[in-house]
Write a protein of this length. Structure first.
Length: 269
């Protein structure tokens, strides 16, 4: 019976083989056209995107379906396990959407403090000013240190100095990047943990921008991080389509205690 059942399928497969070979040759030709030439893009090619993983080619799931719910629960469990978080919030958009959501949730009408280690840390100030979010913001900048082969190097302020400044300023929310792309500064876990402890000492919320950190994982519970921001394309093999905001138990409580000021960039929703 099995042989009888397979025979028609085999005949059908043989019948479609010439068409399949033609399609494969067309694809190979398209790849050659896309990757060749001075620009690398040929108008006759179907797409300049040479990516064939399921991330880009699988069918979308209905957002109300059980498979979609399972995917979301699986991602929440995985992300919380990796980062040592209590919950994960996925915000459609980009990493900047997550930054604005966090700023609006925790810093609206309050005093904010930023450790600006380079150009991309400036985005916090852009978000604050555009949305008129905090009542006051204090910025501490990385400073020049050594010159290596004619190139200026930068370093964050000594941790003791930062602890003193935090105690003096008493910010309601403190923002810092784990990795600053423009200067290449990576804050060690110990430095981050001491920053967080100082912020908690004055009753503040500690926010870590880990978007540029990729797979440099950090344990939120161990290091006292209340909110951590990352993105699918940063080590998670996904497209740049959302922001991932990880929250500790303290971060969750702070989210519930504060109303959102945006319909879309809203952690509470």
């Amino acid at each position: 019976m099995l042989r009888s059942a397979l025979r028609p399928a085999g005949a059908a497969a043989r019948a479609t083989r010439p068409a399949l070979h033609t399609a494969m040759r067309a694809c190979a030709s398209a790849v050659t056209k896309v990757t060749g030439g001075s620009t690398g893009v040929f108008p006759q090619a179907p797409s300049p995107l040479q990516e064939f993983s399921v991330v880009y080619t699988d069918r979308a799931l209905n957002h109300m379906s059980e498979p979609f719910k399972k995917v979301m629960l699986d991602m929440d469990e995985l992300l919380c396990d990796i980062y040592g978080a209590d919950t994960a919030v996925i915000i459609p958009g980009s990493g900047t959407y997550g930054m604005e959501a966090v700023a609006r949730q925790f810093a609206t009408g309050k005093k904010a403090m930023v450790l600006r280690n380079g150009y991309f840390s400036w985005r916090w100030t852009d978000i604050f000013d555009t949305g008129d979010i905090p009542s006051e913001s204090v910025v501490v900048q990385a400073r020049p240190c050594n010159v290596v082969e004619g190139k200026q190097q930068f370093a964050p302020p000594p941790i003791e100095e930062m602890e003193e400044r935090i105690r003096a300023e008493k910010p309601a929310v403190f923002f810092t990047p784990q990795v600053e792309t423009s200067t290449g500064i990576l804050l060690p876990d110990e430095y981050i943990a001491r920053l967080a402890a100082a912020v908690h000492e004055v009753g503040g919320i500690f926010v870590l921008d880990a978007i540029a950190s990729g797979t440099v994982w950090i344990d939120m519970k161990k290091n006292g991080i209340d909110a951590l921001i990352t993105a699918p394309q940063k080590g998670w093999s996904g497209p740049a389509c959302a922001a991932i905001v990880m929250l500790s138990e303290r971060g969750v409580e702070a989210t519930r205690a504060t109303p959102g000021t945006s319909l879309a960039c809203n952690l509470g929703k």
